[in-house]
Ligand binder design. Structure first.
Ligand code: ZN
Length: 247
């Protein structure tokens, strides 16, 4: 892990790409893992846009544990480590596949959530915008409650990219530009199998940047990585210690 910290210390523009492993450390269930949410065929439908528009209560019932866990779901050690690195000038931005909005809540900036995120919600009818905390307040902790717009009565939907929706263009193009201009991309907790997001980290290689991967289990890009490790918690501890000494 010292080698990775040295790489980050030497990098001019280190960028971090995060996946489910970073969130499962905070108790958020994985989607595709062995005990993943998608093993429940019912739950897999919660992110279908047609179903959301027909019956938003289905999503809000299923999403309580996953998205609106509230005080039980807080930024974890990797989220905090990336904020500390940012303060030390060693995190130029975060690209995440996660939809929980935890990087944003932890204070990282910029964050490009390439599958969207629950950090913001919009009214399906009038487009009114609400933050995650505002939506939690509107729902009032009632299980399955559907948050409705006070202006028009429409339903708020999180800016998570649902099946049947286009990927968030601004976040995606921002992520591509960030990774393409990075001299180091560190992959944290992603098995790099979900496309097109998985094509983002190796963009740094084209301009001579380096790729590092910390993930429990193999990834298809391991052969391209200058550094490879398994343990995210070890990374978080080492990165936080480095940032504390250099912040
Ligand atoms: Zn509205």
């Amino acid at each position: 892990m010292k080698k990775l910290i040295d790489m980050i210390a030497a990098a001019r523009k280190p960028v971090f790409f995060t996946g489910a492993g970073v969130s499962t450390l905070c108790g958020i269930p994985d989607f595709r893992g062995p005990s993943g949410v998608y093993r429940d065929p019912d739950a897999a439908r919660m992110f279908e846009i047609d179903l959301f528009d027909a019956d938003p209560s289905f999503f809000y019932r299923k999403a309580d544990a996953l998205v609106y866990g509230g005080d039980d779901v807080k930024p974890g050690p990797v989220h905090e480590a990336l904020v500390a690195l940012q303060r030390a000038g060693k995190c130029a931005g975060v690209v995440t596949q996660n939809i929980d909005g935890l990087h944003e809540r932890a204070g990282s900036s910029p964050v490009f959530a390439v599958h969207g995120s629950a950090a913001l919600h919009h009214c399906r009818r009038c487009g009114d915008e609400k933050t995650y905390d505002e939506i939690r307040a509107i729902r009032g902790g009632v299980p399955g409650a559907v948050p409705r717009c006070a202006r028009c009565g429409g339903v708020y939907k999180p800016d998570i990219t649902f099946f049947g929706e286009a990927l968030p263009e601004k976040a995606f193009s921002g992520a591509v530009a960030l990774a393409g201009s990075a001299d180091l991309v560190v992959v944290l907790g992603s098995s790099l199998v979900v496309h097109p997001a998985a094509a983002i980290p190796p963009l740094c290689l084209r301009s001579g940047g380096a790729l590092a991967i910390v993930n429990r289990g193999e990834t298809p890009l391991d052969g391209l990585a200058s550094f490879r490790a398994d343990d995210l918690e070890e990374f978080a501890a080492a990165a936080s210690a480095f940032a504390a000494a250099n912040g």
